[in-house]
Ligand binder design. Structure first.
Ligand code: ADP
Ligand code: MG
Length: 326
């Protein structure tokens, strides 16, 4: 698995991977690239450069894909030496910070509601990032993300492996969530979730899963760490993922490709199958020789084969696990 860019943090997780029946995906950074581009800026109070300037500074320390997009939209951010202080990142909502003497809040409608700012809706399709400066609504920035090339393929591969329930959870707006789910052929998706809501959905899905089957959660952000830990098996994106997500996960996909999940399941099933073959083979031969010995027909060489011979054959058989196609 390591050779294919799949880091499995323990052999017990292979056991669980082989029996996955439900896969729950996060959207941003997991099914989509998480590389947003600013497509529009709608202003209420200040001018565009000022808004982008403040938004970029607030996101200075952010590891969220949205933060990177806002920094890219104002390239001078790193060099103009503005002072940033009192940064507070609220998972699933956005960021508050002080830039020079301005108090700036950048985030979604939930953040605006929580600080009591009246916001304006936007008719554009995309993720809307609202900005408030010194307690007044300043405008919003529309950003857009692209679905990963192999996301659709990943979902089909999981279905063909017998994973019977695939769900998408996202903290993003309903319009964006619906658009992505439709493009990927997902029928079950839930939108506008806070990290705690994601845990609740996963709890529900854990209660509803089939006997003997397990639930996998695939995510990338700090907001996903609680669910990654709660799921039977947590899978994180290693390239784009936040440290917290990678730490909380049991399996890490080094190249961020969701199609690797199906491959990981294939590797796990094959490994488990070989392990079972070896167990039955070893016990079978030993019992056979034991029975022969009880009737006095076993020879010393048969006993040696039942012990060392079987071990060598089992090791050779196990080496087949090194070759998995795909
Ligand atoms: P997802 O579940 O799709 O990965 P998140 O839970 O990370 O999304 O984020 C949910 C929403 O919270 C985003 O769509 C955005 O509106 C807002 N948000 C989160 N982090 C930030 C940030 N650093 N800057 C601005 N907005 C943010
Ligand atoms: Mg995410």
């Amino acid at each position: 698995a390591s050779r294919k860019g799949i880091l499995v943090k323990g052999s017990n997780y292979l056991d669980v991977l082989a029996k996955v029946g439900t896969v729950v995906f996060d959207k941003t950074g997991t099914l989509t690239h998480g590389q947003f581009e600013v497509t529009a800026v709608h202003l209420e109070k200040c001018d565009e450069q000022h808004l982008l300037h403040l938004a970029a500074h607030v996101e200075h320390f952010s590891t969220h894909p949205i933060g990177a997009a806002l920094r890219d939209a104002f390239p001078d951010e790193a060099t103009d030496g503005c002072k940033i202080s009192d940064v507070e990142e609220i998972a699933g909502q956005g960021i508050k910070a002080k830039v020079e003497d301005w108090t700036v809040c950048v985030g979604n409608t939930k953040l605006m509601d929580s600080i009591g700012i009246e916001w304006h809706d936007c008719e554009h399709v995309g993720t809307i990032i609202h900005v408030a400066i010194d307690g007044e609504y300043a405008g919003h920035i529309v950003i857009n993300d692209k679905i990963k090339d192999d996301s659709a393929e990943a979902i089909q591969a999981l279905e063909s492996l017998g994973v019977n329930r695939i769900v998408m959870l996202t903290g993003d707006r309903a319009a964006v969530g619906k658009d992505v789910a439709q493009k990927l052929g997902l029928t079950e998706y839930h939108v506008e979730l806070m990290p705690a809501d994601k845990v609740q959905h996963v709890e529900r899905l854990l209660a509803e899963k089939q006997e003997g089957k397990y639930l996998a959660f695939v995510g990338d952000g700090i907001n996903d760490a609680p669910v990654l830990a709660r799921a039977d098996i947590g899978i994180a994106m290693g390239g784009l993922g936040s440290d917290a997500a990678i730490e909380a996960a049991d399996v890490v996909l080094m190249d961020d490709k969701p199609s690797k999940i199906a491959l990981a399941i294939k590797i796990a099933r094959r490994t488990l199958c070989i392990a079972k073959q070896n167990v039955w083979f070893a016990i079978g031969v030993k019992i056979a020789v034991l029975v022969l010995a009880a009737f006095g027909i076993a020879t010393m060489w048969m006993a040696v084969f039942a012990d060392v011979g079987v071990t060598v054959l089992a090791v050779l058989n196990a080496m087949r696990a090194l070759h998995v196609r795909g």
